[in-house]
Design a protein around this ligand. Structure first.
Ligand code: HEM
Length: 528
């Protein structure tokens, strides 16, 4: 018992354990509301009750519009101080990479993408892998997924894609028909679904999966020269493990939270997961010699031409103290870069960069960057103030507190000196609405199909066939067309697989979702 312990009439409470409300009032009865007589009615001045119930009524904030289900952990990133045979400064002046052994604290949130906040973690879905680096120059967020590519390359398509993957607006039921309807009208997604319907679409847990920034970024050195860069996280001692559909089904029959618990328990027992951060580097430019555009997020950069260069190691070694405060309110965004890191012209990346902080102002609030999980650990000095839930002024020591504008001659904040030459790419082009050239939607899907091991191909064909068997014949034939363009064997096997799966479903009387059948009877959605 500590020295300040106050003996209590009840059990062994101490001053520290006494319940209060948020006004600091000690609560001596937390069991009975105040009523007129023991049988009620209750009275309106029940301040403690009203404060308690109204806070409870507001316990939820909007869940993330995507990536709602997640788990997080704190850790550290340690730089290797090299990039291949070069010092990092050859490519980037970002301070966190420069010295061997330099440590930067991090917070990571892993997630599933499409399903809601308490959905099973066994579902076939990309996994989010978002890392917040609290660097000396402010925060850097690397907001990635486990898979190295994406479904689409234009951000204008994202809301439609998510609508198709989420539940039907009337029945509130998800369906493979909605999913593949969109995919079958978006040939650029062929590569992504080749990964997603293989065992790589269900990582065994969050520790044993890769991560990737997916989009193309830039690194900028002190001379303002930029190179294109892609980021990848490779699991170290824990390795990579994916699930077959039947294994996932088995886990799901008993456990909804297996990945969250796996991460939490590993860290509790001191078995800290580690990932190596690797970069692929390409000179800035269009690279006409390649059969894809380096800004196309549906493409892998061939590792034999653009090797994975390790730049540091991340270890997750501390669980959050509070899920809501740290994991739920964590806010990551692709715009959150530090000096020496830059955007490329990747359109998907630029669309994302607007979307993240926009949704976070809605989801968490205007002052979301003042929350401890989101605030940098370096100094913050801005002229921004006000907005709901501001609790701190970003004033610098010695700053004239009256001066909340810049420029000023009266002791306000001043611009920072430049760290190096600005990266200033030149543009000379028409303003257009056009696709990237070299879309090459199928070649890499075929390469990936052929690069899989036999059991991975078998699983991919079975998963795709079972899913497509529930879709209209129009959707099936468009998809089979894409898969055939990728690899004729791939198309043929899925076509045969669909036929077998469809006749089995028909025999079971379960070939189509009842809501879809109903819609067709009403004349909607028919696509023979
Ligand atoms: C979360 C938008 C593509 C990875 C989100 C959120 C939005 C969003 C609005 C919710 C953020 C929040 O509530 O805090 C978009 C748009 C995209 C896009 C508009 C394309 C135009 C991608 C891609 C990746 C990705 C390509 C992978 C590289 C993530 C991750 C999260 C997320 C990991 C969860 C972050 C967290 O744990 O809080 N995205 N996204 N997104 N997105 Fe995207």
């Amino acid at each position: 018992m500590n020295e300040e312990a106050i003996p209590s009439a009840h059990t062994n409470e101490t001053a520290d354990s006494i319940l209060t409300d948020r006004q600091g009032h000690p609560i001596s009865d937390n069991q009975n509301v105040r009523t007129v007589g023991s049988r009620g009615p209750t009275t309106l001045e029940n301040y403690h009750f009203i404060e308690k119930i109204t806070h409870f009524d507001r316990e939820r904030i909007p869940e993330r519009v995507v990536h709602a289900r997640g788990a997080g952990a704190h850790g550290v990133f340690e730089a290797y101080g090299t990039v291949g045979d070069q010092p990092p400064s050859a490519y980037t002046r970002a301070k966190l990479f420069q010295e061997k052994g330099k440590q930067t604290p991090v917070f990571v949130r892993f997630s599933t993408v499409i399903h809601g906040g308490h959905s099973p973690e066994t579902l076939r879905d990309p996994r989010g892998f978002a890392v917040k680096f609290y660097t000396e120059d402010g925060n850097w967020d690397l907001v990635g997924n486990n898979l190295k590519i994406f479904f689409i390359r234009d951000p204008l398509k994202f809301p439609d894609m998510v609508h198709a993957f989420k539940p039907d607006p009337i029945t509130n039921a998800q369906s493979m028909e909605r999913f593949f309807d969109f995919i079958s009208m978006s040939p650029e997604a062929t590569h992504m679904i080749t990964f997603l319907f293989s065992p790589w679409g269900i990582p065994a847990n969050y520790r044993q999966m890769q991560g990737s920034g997916v989009n193309t970024y830039k690194w900028v050195n002190k001379d303002g020269e930029g190179v294109l860069v892609k980021y990848h996280w490779e699991p170290l001692k824990q390795g990579i493990k994916n699930l077959l559909q039947r294994d996932a089904n088995e886990i799901q029959s008993t456990a909804f939270n297996h990945a969250t618990l796996d991460l939490y328990l590993a860290i509790e027992r001191g078995d800290y997961p580690e990932w190596e951060l690797c970069v692929q580097i390409m000179s800035d430019g269009e690279h006409p010699e390649l059969d894809f555009d380096p800004l196309d997020p549906t493409k892998l950069w061939p590792a034999d031409q653009f090797p994975f260069l390790p730049v540091g190691k991340m270890t997750l070694n501390r669980n959050p103290e509070d899920y809501f405060a740290e994991v739920e309110q964590a806010s990551f965004g692709t715009g959150v870069l530090v000096d020496g890191l830059d955007f490329s012209d990747d359109k998907l990346l630029q669309g994302r960069t607007f979307s993240y902080s926009d949704t976070q102002r809605h989801r968490v609030g205007a002052n979301y960057l003042q929350l401890p999980i989101n605030a940098p650990k370096s100094r913050v000095a801005t002229n921004q103030s006000g907005g709901q839930m501001q609790y701190r002024v970003d004033r610098a020591p010695g700053q004239n507190p009256h001066i909340n504008y810049e420029p000023s001659s009266l002791g306000g904040l001043q611009e920072a000196p430049r760290c190096g030459k600005e990266h200033e790419p030149r543009y000379d082009a028409r303003l257009v609405r056009e696709k990237l050239d070299r879309p090459n939607d199928f070649k890499q899907a075929g390469d990936t199909y052929r690069a899989f091991e036999e059991w991975e191909r078998d699983e991919l064909v079975a998963n795709l066939s079972n899913a497509l068997a529930t879709c209209t014949s129009g959707i099936r034939s468009r998809l089979i067309g894409y898969l055939t363009e990728a690899d004729s064997e791939y198309g043929k096997r899925v076509s045969e697989g669909i036929a077998a799966a469809a006749s089995k479903l028909q025999a079971d009387g379960a070939d189509r979702h009842p809501a879809v059948k109903k819609a067709e009877q009403l004349g909607h959605g028919a696509d023979p």
